[in-house]
Design a binder for this molecule. Structure first.
Ligand SMILES: [Zn+2]
Ligand SMILES: [Zn+2]
Length: 319
């Protein structure tokens, strides 16, 4: 299996401003004073040595994650990242002409940031392609239609020429979809959201975003510990710092990085990926947040081999 992140920010897409780009260039140039940079190879090595917040960006798009390794394409959520996914997919030569494709799209819930990219998913406009949209909410089709109704968007869902099918899943039941075993879990979030686990050949990936977890020891958390149990990768809603989560933003439907560590440790997860990062945090702040999370793991359970990652648009992980 593999996981490819196309959109990782929470609530709103984020673009770099001219000022932020200039700040990154300035920092890189300051750092470069200590280095000899005559050849392209030396420049590449220097770039690699810079912190990610200087040489890159956490982005970017709202949630869209590709779960690879099945017999057909599997995606979680249709945030703005699905636009980049669709365009890259078409560039590969699939999804058009005599090579139509099937896409299985799992929707966590219907908040804008999880569906707003769908009208820009070009493969859905191409006859021959099939898109199956799964979710555990009722009336998925109606809400997808509404998003593209006048006056919100100029092209209706019906005008999309690919075939679209909507499937309602039941919580806790195993489904065999595109060669993967898929299960869903109900999560605490305004209007409810659903997490998904995908298993294949002894590997397990969990996509669990837009979920508010309270307290490490509650009965509610036992349900998630068992859902996350033994995951090779847990994609986790870590929108807030702990202070935000318990103070100003309690009941906003999201969790903190520290809760993610506690649940991942209890569930014996191998890799924890901080996801749905807060849109108002600049890159340096997310980097600090990521370092703090790793520090917290040392305090919480020093010998635990859990690997912690911060998601960014373009991150590709072999599972
Ligand atoms: Zn969200
Ligand atoms: Zn939400």
């Amino acid at each position: 299996m593999y996981v490819h992140f196309w959109g990782t920010r929470g609530s709103l897409p984020v673009s770099l401003t001219a000022e932020a780009v200039r700040g990154k260039i300035r920092r890189a140039l300051q750092e470069s004073r200590k280095h000899r940079l005559r050849t392209d190879r030396e420049i590449e090595a220097f770039l690699e040595s810079l912190p990610f917040s200087v040489r890159g960006t956490y982005g970017g798009n709202t949630p869209c994650v590709e779960i690879g390794g099945g017999t057909e394409t599997v995606l979680c959520d249709a945030g703005t990242g699905i636009r980049d996914f669709g365009n890259a997919f078409l560039k590969s030569g699939c999804g058009s002409g005599n090579r139509p494709a099937v896409f299985h799209l799992f929707i966590s819930h219907l908040h804008w940031d999880h569906i707003q990219g769908f009208p820009f998913f070009v493969p859905a406009y191409i006859p021959g392609n099939r898109i199956v949209v799964y979710g555990a909410h009722r009336d998925l089709r109606r809400y997808f239609m509404r998003q593209q109704e006048n006056p919100f968007f100029p092209v209706t869902l019906k005008a999309m020429r690919g075939s679209l099918r909507f499937v309602t899943l039941q919580e806790g039941k195993d489904y065999d979809i595109a060669g993967l075993t898929v299960r869903t879990v109900r999560q605490s979030h305004p209007g409810e959201s659903f997490g998904y686990s995908f298993r294949k050949g002894g590997k397990k990936v969990v996509y669990s975003t837009d979920a508010e977890h309270k307290g490490e020891a509650s009965e509610e958390s036992d349900r998630f510990v068992s859902f996350y149990r033994g995951a090779d990768l847990l994609v986790f809603d870590a929108q807030y710092t702990l202070l935000d989560a318990i103070d100003t933003k309690e009941n906003w439907g999201h969790s903190s990085n520290l809760t993610g560590v506690e649940l991942a440790v209890r569930a014996g997860v191998k890799r924890l990926c901080l996801f749905h990062t807060e849109h108002s945090y600049p890159d340096e702040m997310i980097e600090q947040f990521y370092q703090d999370t790793r520090e917290y793991l040392k305090i919480h359970d020093e010998t635990n081999p859990l690997e912690i990652l911060a998601a960014y648009d373009g991150l590709f992980l072999e599972i």
